[in-house]
Design a protein around this ligand. Structure first.
Ligand code: NAD
Length: 433
């Protein structure tokens, strides 16, 4: 049984704490948000993540998982200190390091014996050295090693991804510290890659940027398909079977979102530019992604005319299915664009209603897809939740004021929808009017 402290009880920190405790370790989850900790101590989790609540409950009951806001208590009782605080976008697109710096300083003050500080937050290349500098400055007597251990989990399947990772990346100037962290992951039988600190930090950015690039690439091809009458789904079917290409992250739609891809691509482009590189591909990836939000609005304008006073129904608000996270969600940008044109909006999301009520307060939130459709001039699929795939389409059509359906995630078949009498538009499906 190893003693672990995880700092930052967000999507990543909570999953890390819950999974490491489930692997038999003694884990303390630490956060500065006392309200969040109160919920966690009652066995409630403040986010929607399948399976996480049960996992936390089980390990709390077994006495392996506790929570605190006290650094002396959390760090003092641990040999391994994971930092999983937020690193959002700053005003220039750079990663805002406020939380990471603050956590590093607090850890430094609580260090009384040798610890391994492991950075799980996605942070700019060089942060390992920055954290080392902060700890040395704040506590010159401290004995510690710093390891970078970027996280690759996806919200919605966080536990599965943590427990069955494609690889575990560990970077450090102290190889023996990295090897000790590798032992924590030994029960997962995963491929462990031990490398230097900066390469480990870059692996995370390069991976996210590459996946975002695939999405923007296929969206660009989708725009061409639309003009030339090809169907992007068929094109991907043909491309994806090539083992050199594969079919993952080749879904055309309203673009990528979430708390990671948008900010990480931006931060990498910023880092590159500051260091004298010309990140033209990354910039194109971001531009294309922005354009994808506009495709929906343009299409609605083409079909309905001026959008002033029109009622538009949105299905799905979270940035992807199986999460309530709306950070960087396509829905938010689409909502703002439509509101700017004077449209009135109603929406349904299976998990994100509470988040949406605060984030987009002028959108009328409905209890199900049918109430969204009732009296709307058009319906837009924004997030591909499973429950939208089997809707009673005839009922939806009857409830709509006009049978206009913009399928921003290509979940339906154009021929079927048109046969049912919808004015149906997917993304890149050769369906110009
Ligand atoms: P989050 O915003 O959900 O949670 C961050 C938590 O850190 C919050 O609870 C906040 O109160 C806490 N915190 C902030 N400053 C603190 C401090 N000084 N001391 C203690 N706690 C503090 O963030 P997240 O989505 O879990 O992401 C965390 C990091 O992991 C980010 O760098 C992110 O880029 C990266 N990441 C996220 C995902 C994901 O899917 N969410 C996946 C991989 C990597």
């Amino acid at each position: 049984m190893k003693r672990i402290c995880v700092i930052g009880m967000g999507y990543v920190g909570m999953t890390t704490a819950a999974c490491f405790s489930d692997l038999g370790n003694r884990v303390v989850g630490l956060d500065i948000d006392v309200e969040k900790l109160e919920k966690l101590s009652k066995g409630l989790i403040p986010i929607y993540e399948p399976g996480l609540e049960e996992l936390i409950k089980r390990n709390r009951q077994a006495g392996r998982l506790t929570f605190t806001d006290n650094y002396d208590e959390g760090v003092g009782s641990a040999d391994f200190v994971f930092v999983a605080v937020d690193s959002p976008s700053g005003p220039e697109g750079e990663a805002d390091m406020t939380a990471v710096r603050s956590a590093a300083a607090s850890v430094a003050h609580a260090l009384e014996s040798y610890k391994i500080i492991i950075n799980k937050s996605t942070v700019p290349i060089g942060t390992g050295d920055l954290v080392t500098g902060i700890v040395e400055r704040e506590n010159p007597q401290a004995e510690f090693s710093v390891v970078s251990n970027p996280e690759f989990l996806r919200e919605g399947s966080a536990i599965q991804d943590f427990m069955h990772p494609d690889r575990v990346v560990l970077g450090s100037v102290d190889r023996s510290a990295a090897e000790r962290v590798a032992e924590l992951y030994a029960p997962l039988n995963s491929n462990v890659i031990i490398t230097d600190l900066r390469s480990a930090e870059m692996i995370k950015y390069a991976s996210n940027a590459f996946l975002a690039t695939r999405i923007s690439f296929i969206n660009e091809i989708a725009s061409v398909c639309e003009k030339l009458g090809a169907d992007i789904k068929e094109v991907v079917r043909g491309m994806g079977t090539d083992r050199r290409i594969g079919s993952y992250f080749l879904d055309a739609g309203v673009g990528y979102g979430g708390s990671c891809f948008p900010k990480d691509v931006k931060a990498l482009a910023h880092m590159a530019a500051v260091h004298g590189c010309h990140p033209q591909l990354l910039r194109a990836v971001m531009d294309i992604n922005q354009d994808q939000r506009k495709v929906v609005v343009q299409r609605l304008r083409e079909v309905l005319g001026p959008l002033e006073g029109k009622i538009i129904g949105l299905l799905g608000l979270s940035f992807k299915p199986d999460t309530d996270d709306m950070r960087g969600a396509a829905s938010v940008e689409i909502i703002h664009l439509l509101q700017h044109e004077g449209a009135r909006l109603r929406a349904y999301d299976p998990a994100a209603a509470e988040v949406a009520a605060k984030l987009v307060p002028k959108v009328m939130l409905c209890p199900d897809p049918y109430s969204v459709a009732m009296g709307s001039d058009a319906l837009v699929i924004v997030t591909e939740w499973n429950e939208f795939k089997q809707l009673d389409k005839i009922r939806i059509k009857q409830l709509l004021r006009q049978p206009v359906l913009i399928d921003g995630r290509n979940i339906y078949e154009p021929t079927e929808m048109r046969n049912l009498g919808f004015e149906y538009f997917g993304i890149g499906r050769g369906n110009t009017r």
